[in-house]
Design a protein around this ligand. Structure first.
Ligand SMILES: Nc1ncnc2c1ncn2[C@@H]1O[C@H](COP(=O)(O)OP(=O)(O)O)[C@@H](O)[C@H]1O
Ligand SMILES: [Mg+2]
Length: 396
């Protein structure tokens, strides 16, 4: 039997104590050692030796995020879970940003609540870093179609999964997403289904909408029809990113060509960028433009990796030319390999299908970059809701 979880419950201003009691009383693994409300002496209350703090609140309760923040700061090593009757748009993101480990929507039977709380505690035990775990979000960008973004996103995801990382891969190519194809997954559930299911986008709901690849990578598949793509909103993306980042070790986002509003919103919350270019002068010119755009958005160059795909193509451009055109040298060079189209057709990325190939080695070198990074580097500061203002001259 699982260990007993000792719980402190703090009730925000308009929380319904009956609903909370119903959710926590009746399961032998849950022991509530104290309730406090907004006006009690919090310091003393939070000093008690509990395994977990619950912040109970009603919808659009502004005091809730403040309470989460205080509970997290009081003891960063102790998980904090929000319980709410409903969560209006954006509430979940605020809760996660304040440091919540998970959000539970009431009513729920105590056995399910117990299961969720056990998972939260287990997840914390599996992490070496105290405080809220916030996984890196790696955006794979490229100014043109066909440069190898999807190839690199899928292989990077699998290379990290081969090191036992829990990876979520998001297909943000909303119109023509092909990650499902590249990994041989059928689109049983897609990002559109998740959006239709509606908030709150808690871990349980997200998990139900992710499709598992044999490598262990979990995929949020792009909508299957273009009309569904237009339904995906920026607000929705921000909510799911915030939630995904607290449930895995790395979130990788494959993007469509160019700086669409969705891509800009993703860059705004990403901690790492992987810019993909190819060895022809048009692609390099666009890559340079892309790098300059990131600079204008205030993106720190240390967090931008430059990947040169098909780096061995004999097209009359030398590595020196590349460095001259884009004013920096590539961090990783991926060779052309005839096995790559074959691996895509078979749904097994080359890093798994041909681990000894030069391309697989390049993807592992790219994975090294992220495997060594600390788990919770802060994201760049958020910009305006559309993210578009970030393009005009903000520098950090
Ligand atoms: N290094 C490579 N070697 C061989 N073929 C490649 C390589 N990179 C890309 N390709 C081919 O180009 C196609 C387009 O790549 P893809 O990753 O889908 O580009 P993007 O996502 O940028 O549009 C792939 O399906 C693959 O067949
Ligand atoms: Mg693609």
């Amino acid at each position: 039997m699982a260990d007993t979880i000792r719980i402190l419950v703090t009730l925000a201003e308009h929380a319904d104590p009956r609903l909370v009691e119903q959710a926590l009383e009746g399961d032998p693994s849950l022991e509530v050692i104290g309730y406090a409300d907004y006006f009690d002496d919090w310091h003393e209350f939070l000093e008690q030796p509990a395994d977990l703090v619950i912040v109970a609140c009603s919808a659009d309760d502004t005091s809730a995020t403040h309470m989460v923040d205080r509970a997290v700061k009081h003891r960063p090593d102790r998980p904090v879970v929000v319980m709410t009757e409903s969560s209006p748009n954006g509430f979940l993101r605020q809760a996660f940003e304040a440091g919540a480990d998970d959000v539970i929507t009431l009513p729920q039977p105590p056995s399910e609540v117990a299961f969720t709380l056990q998972k939260v505690i287990a997840r914390r035990k599996g992490l070496s870093m105290p405080g809220r775990a916030s996984a890196p979000l790696i955006a794979v960008l490229g100014p043109k179609g066909g440069t190898g973004k999807t190839l690199i996103a899928t292989n990077l995801a699998v290379a990290l999964a081969q090191r036992d990382a829990n990876v979520v891969l998001v297909d943000l190519d909303l119109q023509f997403g092909d990650i499902g194809l590249a990994l041989g997954l059928s689109p049983e559930r897609t990002m559109y289904d998740l959006m239709k299911a509606g908030p709150p986008f808690d871990h349980e709901k997200l998990d139900r909408h992710l499709i598992r690849h044999s490598s262990g990578v979990k995929v949020l598949i792009a909508p299957t029809r273009p009309d569904q793509a237009s339904a995906v909103s920026i607000e929705f993306l921000r909510d799911i990113y915030a939630s995904l980042r607290t449930m895995c070790d790395a979130v990788i986002v494959d993007t469509p060509p160019g700086f669409t509003p969705e891509v800009i919103a993703t860059i705004d919350v990403s901690t790492e960028i992987c810019m993909v270019g190819m060895l022809d002068s048009l692609s390099l010119k666009n890559t340079k433009l892309g790098l300059e755009t990131l600079d204008l958005m205030g993106y720190d160059g240390d967090h931008v990796a430059l990947v040169l795909n098909r780096a061995d193509s004999r097209v009359g451009i030398t590595p020196d030319d590349v460095s001259t055109i884009i004013s920096r040298s590539p961090d990783v060079a991926v060779p052309s390999d005839r096995e790559i189209p074959r691996s895509i057709n078979e749904g097994t990325p080359i890093v798994a299908a041909r681990p000894s190939s030069g391309a697989a080695k390049a993807f592992r070198a790219l994975a090294d970059r992220y495997a060594k990074k600390p788990a919770s580097k802060p994201a760049p500061p958020p910009t305006s809701p559309s993210g578009v203002r970030s393009l005009i001259g903000r520098r950090r």
